[in-house]
Ligand binder design. Sequence first.
Ligand code: PLP
Length: 488
Amino acid sequence: MTSSGTNSGADPHLPSAESLSPAWELLLPAAAPARGRGRALRSALREAVRSGRLAGGTRLPSSRELAADLGVSRGLVTEAYEQLTAESYLRSGRGAGTWVSEGVRAAERPVRDRAPGAEGARVDFRPGTPDLSLFPRSAWAAAQRTVFGRLPHGALGYPDPRGLPELREALAGLLARRRGVVADPERLVVCSGVAQATTLLGFVLRDEGVVSVGVEDPGSPEHSSLFAATGLGTVPLPLDDEGLALAPLERSGVRAVVTTPAHQFPTGIGYSARRRGELLGWARDADAVIMEDDYDGDFRYDRAPVGALQGLDPERVVYTGSVSKSLAPGLRLGWLVAPAALTERIVARKRTMDLGNPVLDQAVLADFIVRGGYDRQLRRCQRAYRERRDAMVAALGEHFPGTAVSGIAAGLHIIARLPTRYGPEDVFLERAAGAGIALRLLSDCGTDGSGDGGLPLVLGYAHLAPGDIARGVAALAEAWRTGRTGSG
Ligand SMILES: Cc1ncc(COP(=O)(O)O)c(C=O)c1O
């Protein structure tokens, strides 16, 4: 990665404290097909507000001006403004004019809490959490005792900011064996989850002059928020059936992109072998870097194993992962494996950020991996999650006939596209919330996907027992029926 040609004070992507100076024409992804433009604009506006790229209080151009900038009809812009005003992302002023609402940035209003009544929900189908009751307490406690017994006093000093050597060795072996990662312990940095790996990389890229990073659309809203916190903008890039679509990526001009190739979040697509090759070809031609977020790559059920993208070109890919799905997100333990050209700068950032992760936690995880506890945990979770996935698919088939499910071969969540009769989505959400059921919509993750028909939901199942899944889906169907009767 070199820094040529991406930064200048005048670059419209570059957020600054005084003014976000938005480049309005960039709101509409160049790749948006003519018939999906309204949807693409709405979702780009939502993403820009959530990520902070459009700050609260920013005045939007008039619908006439924006339509002219984007080369679309004025009605399409008016419709987008009205829809986002209804969703409270925008507000209209007393006279003419539309402003970005204050207080809707992702950091202050996380998407995962957007569903009405999500706090204290009776059933929570939102994705992101494994079953915390499967945390291996006794094996972990045994590892803690072992570590306390053998750690010399000297080991309690400031750690190597890369991480404890024994943990880096253990992780390098684990990642090579399980994920096909080319993992040199010298290039492995222990950090506080994929979240911190993203932030570290964001700062390093920004220092190199990169101003914006491509992100999958739909994708994880966290990527945009985390990069925004490092001063980087994000460019939403569409997917096709094989992964990140290549032509829009090439046209976008970005020099860095984030991908979730093992099990795309949220659609569940596994990137095809061809697309992996094309993506790496693009990175070499554009002298770009790819961040691989392998957030749930450990869990697959009925498909052949797919190794990490990083294994195909370790000098172009920053591989990231964590124990957030395999053990517990509260441990805040993760890792990245960096290309040689970036490693020292990432380590330097890690040092200035927090002087390294806690020594004891690292030593315990190393012991847990070396003694086989980590593999046992993965096998146990894999069995449980497969059963839950099957329970979810069966319950949807029973209570929501006609639902199309996808992304089911791996991971901890599925996409369920309910038939159109269950829409519109805000009415469906409201009825679910009324029954104490928290949901995540695909539209919370960028492009809403409703252009493909139906009402697409992102349903997490791993944290729920099979019986709870069956009861929860039945309760959701009941809430829908009762609401419909109630509203006549
Ligand atoms: C796409 C994606 N990446 C990464 C993570 C995990 O982040 P961390 O490892 O910081 O807990 C999540 C958590 O839900 C996620 O959805």
